[in-house]
Design a protein around this ligand. Structure first.
Ligand code: SAM
Length: 286
């Protein structure tokens, strides 16, 4: 469906009250309102409100909300936004893995471990530092020792589970708190030909999703966030084999020490850290 955008430019001080008025007047009706910094040094900002083509737009109300700024109207072309976002995403290399969309299949080289992701509704296209960090760390660990039971906790698009299943040719338990992510994960596993190896289910943390039945694991990958990862440390220790490996990410560099301390308290010790941008990926083992 096409969209109509009303937009105006001004200083932060002039667009902020316009944003608040647009949000109060149209936000509840479901019209997205945005404020974007165009040039920080020059204090240029832009405020916009979007309507679907079929919406009854009250032009007087729009102009009143923008006043004293005068909005311009733009008719946006009918674009499949998700497809166009994915088309813009370049393939990502992480160790031996190449994460790519369907449009970049031709870029796969003979020795690449290719992971094709067409996810729109689940996190994990490989572009985030934490995903790439986990893939690289998992690749290094599996090159040294082939795991036997693997858990991908917070699987999102299943990018990590697919990578491990392809590399080690073993079953991977892939869980997520979000049922939509789990559906996307299952579809991606099928797309990559590893649906018989990647077992997806909904689970919150380490509860449910057949985690306890399949435990203990000798490799657990969890790219979540520092807070939940620290809270989960005791349960994580309970499902990790002695000598088992843990790859954790979603952790900002400044949170690294706190996460390591939480796991040290469970007898799980730091082995290596990968630094990518503001993020770290940790390898720990019991
Ligand atoms: C940052 S994404 C990581 C996705 C993918 N594993 C990757 O590395 O790109 C985190 C995922 O964890 C899930 N998640 C967050 N909290 C969770 C919890 N307590 N238990 C299970 N999954 C959780 C989210 O729904 C999301 O899909």
């Amino acid at each position: 469906m096409t969209q109509v955008r009303f937009h105006a430019e001004g200083s932060r001080a002039s667009v902020t009250p316009v944003f608040d008025r647009l949000d109060a007047r149209f936000g509840e009706e479901g019209a997205p309102v945005s404020m974007v910094e165009l040039d920080e040094a020059a204090d240029r900002h832009e405020v916009s409100v979007y309507f679907e083509d079929g919406d009854e737009v009250d032009a007087d109300a729009v102009h009143a909300a923008f006043a004293p700024l005068s909005p311009a109207r733009e008719d946006l072309p009918d674009i499949d936004w998700m497809a166009s976002v994915l088309a813009d995403l370049k393939p990502v290399r992480a160790g031996r893995f190449l994460v790519h969309g369907a449009h970049d299949r031709h870029q796969v080289r003979p020795h690449d471990l290719a992971i094709e992701i067409e996810a729109g509704q689940a996190f994990g296209t490989g572009h985030h530092e934490t995903t790439a960090g986990c893939l690289e760390m998992a690749g290094r660990l599996i090159a040294r020792r082939r795991p036997r039971r693997v858990l991908d906790l917070g699987t999102g698009s299943a990018v990590l589970a697919i990578g491990v299943a392809k590399l080690a040719r073993i079953a991977v338990t892939a869980t997520d708190i979000d049922p939509v992510a789990v559906r996307v994960a299952a579809a991606n596993a099928r797309l990559n030909g590893v649906h018989t190896l990647v077992r997806t289910s909904v689970a919150t943390g380490l509860e449910g999703g057949e985690i306890r039945e399949r435990a203990p694991f000798d490799l657990i990958l969890a790219n979540i966030l520092a807070g939940p990862l620290m809270r989960m440390a005791p349960q994580m220790a309970a499902v990790l084999t002695p000598g088992g490996d843990l790859v954790l990410s979603g952790i900002l560099a400044r949170q690294r020490r706190a996460v390591l301390a939480a796991y040290r308290g469970q007898g799980i010790y730091h082995r290596a850290t990968l630094w990518r941008g503001d993020w770290v990926t940790l390898h720990l083992s019991r």
